[in-house]
Design a protein around this ligand. Structure first.
Ligand SMILES: *[C@@H]1O[C@H](CO)[C@@H](O)[C@H](O)[C@H]1NC(C)=O
Ligand SMILES: *[C@@H]1O[C@H](CO)[C@@H](O)[C@H](O)[C@H]1NC(C)=O
Ligand SMILES: *[C@@H]1O[C@H](CO)[C@@H](O)[C@H](O)[C@H]1NC(C)=O
Ligand SMILES: *[C@@H]1O[C@H](CO)[C@@H](O)[C@H](O)[C@H]1NC(C)=O
Ligand SMILES: *[C@@H]1O[C@H](CO)[C@@H](O)[C@H](O)[C@H]1NC(C)=O
Ligand SMILES: *[C@@H]1O[C@H](CO)[C@@H](O)[C@H](O)[C@H]1NC(C)=O
Ligand SMILES: *[C@@H]1O[C@H](CO)[C@@H](O)[C@H](O)[C@H]1NC(C)=O
Ligand SMILES: *[C@@H]1O[C@H](CO)[C@@H](O)[C@H](O)[C@H]1NC(C)=O
Ligand SMILES: *[C@@H]1O[C@H](CO)[C@@H](O)[C@H](O)[C@H]1NC(C)=O
Length: 750
């Protein structure tokens, strides 16, 4: 059964407008709390009370707080601690921003001294707050056993709510849990303006160890139940959050009375109180501002740089009213794209431009250097000389193609070693393939001295002028490289020297073939001497410079040493140049170059063909080292028929006479006195004649046998003159090998 224990309200506190002493006479509390930057009180008013900042519309003295018939915002600071109302409700905090006022309350308490008979009501508990609303987030908490506590109050209508707490003593409760066992909790209704606590004890047999029950209102989350509070809670204070507003009208109405309208700060906003009609309105500073909207100078721009500086160092923050900031960069910096940081001016663009630019410049410089180099080489290689020559002669220009460095690099697969088809004192010859699939031989000279450069250009010019089936055809050249490159038609079958001397792959030359090759060489050289205009002296006729194609057609090559002979000159003075073993001794000593020098050299090649011996050989006794001498002496001993003639040639009886004749021709070519040597044209004609006899054996050969005696005498004179060439004294020149040695500038007479 329930025992009703009605509680008597012993006192009632109401907050009404209170006339207080003028501010000037109020005791001045120490302004300990830090004051905000904005204006918080009316001029001449004390902004603090104890630790509390008291902003207008609150105030501690007459004229410093808002006062009208509905509201009083007096903070009683008579004992230096802030109190609301008539000095009974301590104030903890006042907030202008969310317009709360936090007050402190104690717990209501009831104790049962004697079960069911005596009740001591220790602390009457009523909070009448007039124009303040108890925020509904506060919690009503009851602590006790066998206790029902009710909270009643007024809002638009009266309200009553409450909760019951039951327990079987301290051990039965759970700390931290306020679920009805020793502690119960409930929310407040919205819009409560005041409250009153009533206890209803429903078991008259109260636990001896828990004689009291307590109830209080506190901000949500403030209170955490502990079993110890069942016994001692009375000394504690609990915060309650109240909402406040000014006036009784809505904003729309209040604005009409300029004298009473509270939102006086410029641009301040007004919102109606959520508690409905008669509860007034709230003022707020415009967005981006903070401060006290109830004062004319109360709202100041929020320094967002101070509250939320978005700028990254070294950017400095510049407040931009009302709500924005601007990040500013020191001199020499630009804002980044997000406008929060800084970058060195032009880092993104000019550095990029710089990088690209410098790369481009480097490339340009490299290219320029390359071009410069090409030009230098072109000049060095006689390119301008050649160009001048080419410009003089249209046909020449047509015949000579100037290749670029790249063309030839491509053709030779960057001078791949597998493409080497010849190597010697002059340089290296590569086989190359032009884009149109035409095979070419590319001669890469050794790094040139100036003398070789002119030699080179010489060859280009000479070869460009020649169009003869037995002269290797020059296709073009490249002057852009350090060493000039010559591009020839590709002759497939190697050099005559290889065919004669290469022990592994020496070719059997029939007499017919010997004659044919000899005739072809002679014809080509004769052409150079007479038909070409101006005449050309090859200067380096030797078997290594005779190429053979797949049909063993001879092609005279390597015109590097060749000379164009000015028309009115029979001989020209030059540096002595040629190859030992092939060199005209008369030219060697006089350095007077004539066409007969080529005749002598041809004589050696002819002897080579007949004998298969090398032009110079250290395998032979000293007196026979020079094939020219060896050949002549063997002719002498062999009575017109050289004993050293190739056996394969001499095998056939019918060849003997012709061999003798060709041998004799060779001997005549080898005469020391150039004047006595036949001209190349004569040699060519004679060889052509012999060739014709081989092809047409019925041609009478009697003429040669008829004049045996005179022939013999002539031969003796030829041979003795040829023997004179012993005077060359090769033995005195040591250290040269038996391949071709160029002797340049050895002797110079003019
Ligand atoms: C302020 O409170 C004190 C008691 O603390 C009281 O005596 C005094 O009258 C109050 N003043 C006003 C203006 O209510
Ligand atoms: C008072 O209110 C301000 C603003 O809401 C808050 O920052 C401060 O912590 C409060 N002080 C107390 C003692 O509650
Ligand atoms: C109660 O307080 C909370 C928290 O500050 C707030 O959001 C709410 O608006 C207040 N209630 C009223 C009716 O003002
Ligand atoms: C509210 O309660 C008070 C006293 O407790 C009473 O005088 C008043 O008539 C009540 N109002 C309503 C609307 O019930
Ligand atoms: C309440 O108290 C209990 C024990 O005393 C503790 O575990 C819990 O964390 C506390 N809760 C809060 C919100 O303080
Ligand atoms: C009242 O409390 C006493 C003591 O704890 C218990 O024995 C009794 O049953 C309770 N009465 C009721 C009605 O709960
Ligand atoms: C609850 O906590 C208090 C101290 O905070 C402690 O003395 C008491 O024994 C605890 N009670 C329970 C049931 O854990
Ligand atoms: C405006 O307010 C003042 C002060 O509250 C009052 O005296 C005056 O009568 C009001 N005027 C109007 C038109 O309501
Ligand atoms: C950087 O600053 C210069 C000079 O103030 C200005 O011309 C340029 O547009 C800026 N660049 C960026 C990306 O802001």
């Amino acid at each position: 059964m329930f025992v009703w224990l009605p509680l008597t309200l012993l006192s009632q506190i109401s907050i009404y407008t209170v006339q207080s002493a003028p501010a000037a006479f109020a005791p001045a509390p120490a302004p300990s709390p830090a004051l905000p930057a904005y204006e918080i009180v009316k001029p001449g008013c004390i902004p603090t009370c104890g630790d509390l900042v008291v902003p207008y519309p609150f105030g501690t003295s007459q004229g410093c707080y808002l006062e009208n018939e509905f509201s009083s915002f007096l903070i009683n600071c008579s004992d230096s601690t802030p109190h609301l109302g008539k000095g009974s409700i301590p104030v903890r905090n006042i907030s202008l921003i969310d317009q709360h006022i936090h007050i402190s309350t104690r717990a209501a308490r009831i104790c049962y001294n004697d079960i069911a008979t005596q009740v001591t009501y220790e602390d009457p508990y009523f909070l009448g707050l007039s124009k303040f609303q108890v925020n509904h987030t506060n919690k009503f908490t009851v602590i006790g056993c066998s206790t029902l506590a009710l909270i009643t109050g007024s809002r638009v209508q009266n309200y009553t709510t409450g909760c019951a707490s039951v327990c079987d003593g301290v051990p039965s409760v759970v700390n931290g849990s306020c679920s009805g066992i020793g502690c119960c909790q409930t929310s407040l209704p919205k819009g409560a303006r005041d409250f009153e606590v009533e206890f209803r004890v429903f078991n008259n047999s109260v636990l001896a160890d828990i004689p009291c029950s307590s109830a209080f209102v506190a901000e949500d989350g403030f209170y955490n139940f502990s079993s110890s509070d069942l016994i001692t809670i009375e000394e504690r204070l609990f915060p309650v959050m109240l909402d406040w507003s000014v006036g009784t009208e809505t904003c729309a109405i209040a604005k009409k009375n300029k004298t009473s309208y509270a939102c006086v700060a410029p641009d301040s906003t007004c919102t109606d109180s959520v508690y409905g009609e008669g509860t007034g309105y709230q003022c707020r500073c415009p967005s981006g501002y903070e401060g006290n909207p109830y004062l004319s100078n109360g709202c100041i721009d929020v320094d967002e740089c101070a509250t939320s500086n978005p700028c990254h160092s070294p950017a400095t923050c510049l407040n931009q009213p009302p709500e924005s900031v601007q990040c500013e960069c020191p001199h020499g910096y630009n804002l980044t794209a997000d406008e929060k940081g800084c970058e060195i001016i032009g880092v993104s663009t000019s550095l990029f431009v710089l990088a690209v630019g410098s790369a481009w410049i480097f490339w340009l410089l490299a290219k320029r250097k390359h071009i410069k180099q090409k030009e230098k080489f072109f000049a060095q290689n006689g390119g301008f000389m050649l160009r001048e020559e080419l410009s003089k002669d249209n046909d020449l220009a047509k015949a000579t193609r100037l290749f670029t460095e790249e063309d030839l690099k491509k053709a030779t697969r960057n001078y791949d070693e597998t493409g080497i088809i010849g190597q010697g004192g002059y340089g290296t010859v590569f086989k190359g393939l032009l884009p149109n699939n035409i095979a070419v031989a590319i001669k890469k000279s050794k790094p040139s001295e100036q003398s070789q450069t002119s030699q080179f250009i010489n060859e280009v010019i000479i070869l460009s002028r020649i169009n003869h089936i037995n002269v290797v055809k020059l296709i073009g050249c490249c002057l852009e490289t350090e060493v000039p490159l010559l591009v020839y038609e590709f002759i497939t079958n190697g050099t005559l020297s290889d065919h004669i001397h290469d022990k592994d792959s020496s070719t059997y030359f029939s007499w017919e073939l010997c004659l044919q090759i000899a005739a072809e060489i002679a014809g080509a050289v004769a052409y150079l001497h007479s038909a070409a205009s101006p005449p050309i002296i090859h200067r380096d006729i030797k078997s290594a410079n005779i190429l053979l194609d797949e049909n063993f057609v001879a092609k005279v090559a390597d015109f590097g040493a060749s000379k164009l002979v000015p028309r009115d000159h029979a001989e020209i003075g030059t540096l002595v140049q040629g190859t030992f073993g092939y060199m005209d001794p008369e030219y060697f000593f006089s350095s007077a170059l004539t066409e007969k020098s080529d005749v002598y050299s041809f004589g050696v090649v002819l002897a080579e063909l007949l004998t298969g011996e090398r032009a110079i050989s250290f395998d032979r006794p000293e007196k026979d080292r020079s094939l020219a001498m060896y050949f002549i002496s063997s002719m002498r001993t062999g009575n017109g028929m050289p004993s050293i003639i190739q056996k394969s040639l001499a095998n056939d009886e019918k060849n003997i006479q012709q061999i003798k004749q060709v041998s004799m021709l060779a001997a005549r070519c080898l005469q020391v006195t150039g004047d006595k040597r036949p001209s190349m044209k004569e040699v060519a004609m004679e060889l052509e004649g012999l060739k014709a006899m081989v092809e047409q054996p019925w041609v009478d050969q009697g003429s040669t046998t008829d004049h045996t005696e005179t022939e013999y005498l002539l031969n003796q004179s030829v041979l003795s003159d040829a023997m004179g060439s012993t005077g060359l004294g090769y033995s005195s020149i040591v250290g040269f090998d038996n391949t071709s040695i160029q002797m340049t500038g050895k002797v110079q007479f003019r």
